[in-house]
Design a protein around this ligand. Structure first.
Ligand SMILES: Nc1nc2c(ncn2[C@@H]2O[C@H](COP(=O)(O)OP(=O)(O)OP(=O)(O)O)[C@@H](O)[C@H]2O)c(=O)[nH]1
Ligand SMILES: [Zn+2]
Length: 191
């Protein structure tokens, strides 16, 4: 990531909105924003595919695995404003192969830290898990608040956007899907 270029652009942006870029409160802002962008868009500096995971063999059939309400913060690619909420991930392993649970949280960070739309984020989680685990099925749901709908534009503070993707057994076996949804609902909070 080209931090100097971000700094120059932020300075230009502040000047363009009519700010005095030399006033004390703003002097360090371009550099600060460059550091912030390097953090919130950190995945852009990483390889295209998620790498930071471990897969373990298990001796028994593990059944449904779910990690619920994984918090995330991302940036909407249309307005560069935050959207944030929770992701719930479930999968039914195949070949008795499981992923380290914390790596699901790391995967969520990996997909979140780039300019995004919620639908793409949801699909990307599914795509990476498919590549890594080839499980019998994957279920992912995401609930989020979008600042571009709350603090500007339609200015609605009470909107929660829900997206989900199901593959494999979660598509074909309604009982499996219902188990995921009921378990996810039980842990449901607000964003
Ligand atoms: N599908 C989808 N749309 C999003 C997401 N984040 C923001 N948007 C929408 O992107 C759209 C961009 O629409 P435009 O008409 O180009 O932009 P705009 O004039 O700023 O639109 P308004 O937000 O309606 O004022 C808006 O409807 C946003 O609500 C997202 O994650 N998924
Ligand atoms: Zn937006």
């Amino acid at each position: 990531m080209d931090k100097q270029r971000i700094e120059n652009a932020v300075k230009e942006l502040l000047a363009a909105v009519g700010e005095d870029v030399d006033r004390p409160g703003l002097v360090e802002t371009p550099e600060r924003v460059a550091r912030m962008y390097a953090e919130v868009f950190g995945s852009l500096d990483q390889p295209e595919a998620f790498q930071d995971y471990k897969v373990f063999p298990v001796t028994v059939d593990p059944g449904l695995v779910m990690v619920q309400q994984i918090p995330f913060y991302s940036m909407c690619e249309h307005h560069l404003l935050p959207f944030f909420g929770h992701v719930t991930i479930g999968y039914l392993p195949s070949d008795k192969k499981i992923i380290g649970l914390s790596k699901l949280g790391r995967l969520v960070d990996f997909v979140a830290r780039r300019p995004n739309v919620q639908e793409a984020m949801t699909s990307r989680i599914v795509g990476e898990l498919q590549r890594i685990l080839h499980p019998q099925g994957i279920a992912v749901s995401v609930v989020a608040r979008h600042m571009c709908m709350e603090m500007r534009g339609i200015n609605r503070g009470d909107l929660f956007t829900y997206t989900s993707r199901y593959t494999g057994v979660f598509e074909t076996d309604l009982a499996m899907r219902r188990e995921f949804q009921e378990e996810a609902r039980r842990s449901d909070g607000n964003c």
